[in-house]
Write a protein that binds this ligand. Structure first.
Ligand code: ADP
Ligand code: MG
Ligand code: ZN
Length: 639
């Protein structure tokens, strides 16, 4: 990065290490508590909220990382009531701003918004408020392009600043600042003007999705010299995570899943979302589910027991609808409204249904297709269970969905002439998502949280994800093993067989299979033939798949020159990765199952000591036994 004049190196300081921020004897502490109750009706603070407010009210620059629904807004709304001046809030979308303004109006807090849609009357009202001293509004919401393009607005801020009435800048959804984030916006970069022009006015930077790299980039871009950082855990304890294999009976499974675990004690289906990949899928899944729910029978009532040709006496109508960007704005508004009011129970939606949903009692988020990144998945699944009660997140996965998504990303990059690095970024994110789905061993929480730079103690999952639950049942544990030597053997096989074979074939040679094709091609002459004889077939496939996902092996598709033009995918070696591995600059590790040590023999009269198993009442484990067995270890090779 070129160093401009006056350019500083930004840094983040861990705020959780400083006990100062936990104190509640600041001059504003009592006031914060009182305002929290009178303006918002809350009796306490959530994790990190008070610490963040203490730091920002101490005029520190603060970086707050909190999962969606964690309560970031309160962290600036309350302090705005304890400061004499104006709080300027930057938010990327007019819709989000309107939502916040509505909340503030209910709480009776003076505020205003300036954006492209603000009418003249409102603009004049706001400007005259800003000219009063102290200013007549507490909070001013602005879209970033307004800051970037309005010298006039900056001159108003100058005036406020010189009379000491500029309390703080809040940058909401700050991941938009960084190119590495998943929603980069050019105008957000211009926000560095705050620190350049008003160095002593504190900034409060808020975001829900940011990896370490993105966090550092954000403060660097904004030129904030040193930021006190608060990082809440991204672990959502009340969510149950599961990945299932997507088969033809997926819709039926979804119906059963909902009937088993998302029905309240009055027999009503509770609200949830089914994320679909395309508009077409939304409508298809919605129609099919509607059919599936039409013949609902409780099995208990008079009509059901006698098998009478009458409607079940406990019949409850389940309403399924869909939502995607192809609908008219009015229609979308209507559907969202109905869903929020529980008039629609199940909403089949694309990711267009997202930002600004604030329904607390979403009981399930089902993914009919995988997300584009783990960050996206965490956010989408995170819309469940905001009320902190148990909710389920099930993702239906099949390898061909991944291939479809990958192809689409490539096509769209070509179409928009996007830079190579952007496509690579997107593919890397997608690969992270696939690794998560393919992993049938490690704790899902560990996998998700690792992505956010958080180490999670898998012992705390207690069987609330499918992998932990399965391991618990079978008494298995896993260890992370260095498999670099095995990888070098696989590479040798790919090279020596001419880089013209499929994944299945390479796995066969690695394991020393005596199958017809291996024998016919005389691959038993290959130097590394059979070096993987100890590997289970499923595990060996998982290893080779991992190499593809990690870019150590690359795939090339080829159309066979036969009548059917069958498409085959051939594996090749990435020379750079090979060099790095051979020279010890790179290692490959894999989580492998380690059989629990056999229980010590005990006298027949004594019962074997039982491993404590947490049972979760509303967790549908029995129904999906079969599918889970299928999913175990690997997908079927679909090529
Ligand atoms: P986000 O971090 O996603 O911006 P919001 O600020 O929109 O989250 O808050 C999410 C929800 O949590 C809102 O409905 C809000 O009213 C609620 N909330 C925030 N703080 C508290 C609190 N201290 N006590 C109770 N509810 C709270
Ligand atoms: Mg928010
Ligand atoms: Zn787990």
């Amino acid at each position: 990065i070129p160093k401009a004049k006056g350019y500083i190196n930004a840094s983040l300081i861990d705020g959780s290490k400083d006990p100062t921020w936990k104190r509640s004897d600041f001059p504003w502490s009592a006031e914060l508590m009182a305002h929290n109750r009178t303006y918002f009706g809350y009796s306490s603070f959530r994790t990190d909220q008070e610490e963040i407010m203490n730091a920002t009210l101490s005029n520190k620059d603060v970086f707050a990382l909190m999962p969606t629904g964690g309560g970031k807004s309160l962290c600036y709304m309350l302090p705005s009531l304890c400061s004499a001046g104006l709080t300027v809030v930057i938010s990327p979308l007019v819709a989000l701003i309107q939502d916040q303004i509505a909340q503030l109006r209910v709480a009776n807090i003076e505020c205003g918004a300036l954006g492209s849609t603000t009418d003249d009357f409102e603009r004049r009202r706001i400007l005259s408020c800003l000219r009063q001293s102290p200013p007549g509004i507490r909070l001013l919401y602005v879209t970033p392009e307004k800051i970037a393009n309005s010298a006039f607005l900056l001159s108003v801020l100058d005036d406020l600043n010189s009379s000491n009435f500029l309390a703080r800048f809040v940058i909401d959804e700050a991941h938009c600042v960084s190119q590495w984030g998943h929603d980069f916006r050019k105008d957000y970069k211009e926000l560095r003007v705050f620190k350049m022009r008003y160095p002593q006015v504190p900034c409060l930077v808020l975001t829900a999705t940011a990896t370490q790299r993105v966090q550092e980039d954000i403060v660097q871009q904004l030129q904030i010299k040193s930021c006190v950082q608060f990082k809440s855990s991204f672990n959502r304890k009340n969510l149950r995570y599961e990945v299932r294999k997507k088969t033809k009976s997926c819709i039926e499974e979804i119906r059963n899943l909902i009937m088993e675990s998302c029905v309240d004690r009055f027999g009503n289906v509770q609200t949830g979302i089914i994320y679909c990949f395309s508009k077409f899928d939304c409508e298809k899944v919605s129609a099919e589910l509607n059919k599936k729910f039409a013949d609902y029978r409780c099995g208990k009532c008079f009509a059901c027991q006698r098998n009478l040709n009458r409607r079940c006496q406990n019949f409850r109508r389940v309403v399924v609808d869909f939502y995607h960007a192809g609908l008219e704005a009015e229609q979308r508004e209507l559907v969202q409204q109905k869903w929020s009011n529980d008039e629609v129970h199940i909403l089949c939606a694309t990711v267009a249904f997202g930002m600004g949903i604030n329904k607390p009692d979403v009981r399930f988020v089902i993914h009919y297709s995988l997300s584009k990144s783990l960050e996206g998945y965490h956010q989408e699944a995170g819309r469940a269970g905001r009320d902190l009660k148990t909710a389920i997140c099930v993702l239906f996965y099949r390898f061909s969905d991944y291939q479809k998504l990958k192809r689409l990303l490539e096509e769209s990059a070509k179409e928009h002439n996007a830079p190579r690095s952007q496509l690579e970024n997107n593919l890397e994110s997608l690969n992270g998502m696939v690794s998560y789905c393919e992993n049938a061993i490690e704790c899902r929480r560990s996998l998700l949280l690792r992505h956010f730079g958080e180490t999670f103690n898998k012992g705390l999952c207690k069987g609330t994800c499918d992998n932990c639950r399965n391991n618990q049942k079978s008494g298995k544990t896993y260890v992370t093993k260095d498999v670099t030597q095995d990888v070098l053997n696989v590479i040798a096989i790919v090279r020596e067989t001419g880089q013209t074979h499929s994944l299945t074939h390479i796995v066969d040679v690695f394991r020393g299979s005596k199958c017809a094709k291996v024998m016919r091609l005389r691959h038993n002459g290959v130097s590394a033939f059979g070096t993987g004889s100890k590997w289970l077939k499923t595990e060996a496939s998982r290893l080779v798949q991992k190499l593809v996902i990690d870019g150590i092996l690359t795939e090339k598709t080829q159309k066979a020159d036969n009548l059917y033009q069958t498409v085959t995918t051939l594996l090749r070696v990435c020379p750079k990765a090979e060099r790095d591995l051979k020279q010890g600059r790179r290692k490959v590790t894999l989580e492998v199952i380690e059989k629990a040590a056999p229980a010590p023999r005990q006298k027949a009269t004594l019962k074997a000591k039982k491993v404590p198993v947490t049972t979760i009442e509303d967790w549908p484990c029995e129904a999906s036994q079969e599918q889970r067995k299928d999913l175990d270890c690997t997908r079927e090779i679909e090529r």
